[in-house]
Design a protein around this ligand. Structure first.
Ligand SMILES: [Zn+2]
Length: 98
């Protein structure tokens, strides 16, 4: 199985687009300390946004780097079914059209 170059390109573009947002939230969290009354609330908001964005980027890269099965591959495990004569995948047992 091979990786999808379009998914990787999308992940690169999304990461580049997200970097200024990550920086903005980091700077915002530092500046929040200047107002002692609301420092805790703003720090929580900025750090929360940063962590959510990081989680989104990690999920996106996990999705982008996941190998895609070939067109004749089993939808469940990617096993090549091009010469299959039975109604199920010999690798994982998934029912498939022969
Ligand atoms: Zn399979």
């Amino acid at each position: 199985m091979r990786r999808n170059p379009y998914r990787i390109g999308l992940a690169i573009l999304a990461t580049i687009a997200a970097l200024p947002c990550l920086g903005f939230c980091a700077v915002g969290a530092l500046h929040a300390q200047e107002d002692p009354e609301q420092a805790a609330a703003w720090t929580t908001i900025y750090v929360g946004l940063d962590l959510a964005l990081l989680a989104l980027i990690i999920w996106l890269w996990t999705w982008a780097l996941r190998p895609t099965p070939p067109p004749s591959g089993c939808p469940a495990c990617g096993y090549d079914l091009s010469r299959l004569r039975t109604g199920s995948c010999p690798e994982c047992g998934q029912p498939v059209r022969p």
